[in-house]
Design a protein. Structure first.
Length: 204
């Protein structure tokens, strides 16, 4: 007789994030290795069946995947106490049914987009070196810290001493992200890369 492999049941719990509009749903399953941010349904429809499934709920405004959790941003006019359990059940059922989270090729497509953006900026060789250092700093020191809070930060551009970053997941629209940005990230960058004068953020 063949031995049936028993699937572990999906365990899911929620964690608060610094952003009151965003909640982190953590699972005992790897959802997506890396980060995938869906701020609008169009991108979700192209790349993420799971995000598309969640966007079908009128209270879902944004979906962000990272490793074993999904961060959901709700619409302002709903309260978590009304929707949290429904959302939890919905996520659990989807993951339990082995639904596709993010399609293959998403990371590559986003990387190409990123590269095109970089080329559009027309950086000089000196600037390219600085951009490389900025990206390394973000990836090494900043990303791991914000990921703990269910968020993400991406480099966008460097112009005349000003670094522009994009805030995603729980960081997007979070009241405390400005303090973190100005107090922590900007201070560190200025110390380690003298050419950096300021760090500004755009919401993802």
């Amino acid at each position: 007789m063949e031995k049936q492999t028993v699937k572990n049941p999906v365990m899911i719990y929620t964690e608060q994030t610094p952003n009151p509009e965003t909640l982190k749903f953590v699972m005992n399953r790897m959802l997506y290795k890396g980060t995938a941010d869906f701020r609008e349904e169009e991108l979700a429809k192209e790349w993420s069946p799971m995000a598309t499934h969640l966007f079908a709920n009128p209270y879902v405004k944004g979906v962000y995947f990272c490793n074993n959790y999904v961060t959901v941003t709700k619409e302002f006019n709903f309260t978590w106490e009304d929707i949290m359990l429904r959302l939890k059940e919905d996520i659990k059922k989807y993951v339990d049914g082995d639904g596709i989270v993010v399609k293959d090729g998403f990371a590559d497509a986003m990387e190409q987009l990123e590269e095109r953006r970089g080329e559009d900026q027309g950086y000089s060789d000196d600037e390219k070196e600085i951009v490389k250092k900025i990206k390394e700093l973000i990836n090494t020191y900043v990303k791991p810290a914000v990921e703990m809070d269910g968020g993400n930060i991406e480099f966008k551009s460097f112009r005349e001493g000003i670094v522009t970053v994009v805030l995603q997941g729980a960081c997007s629209g979070c009241p405390s992200s400005t303090q973190t940005l100005k107090g922590g990230i900007e201070g560190m960058m200025k110390r380690m890369i003298p050419q950096v004068k300021e760090v500004v953020a755009e919401m993802g």
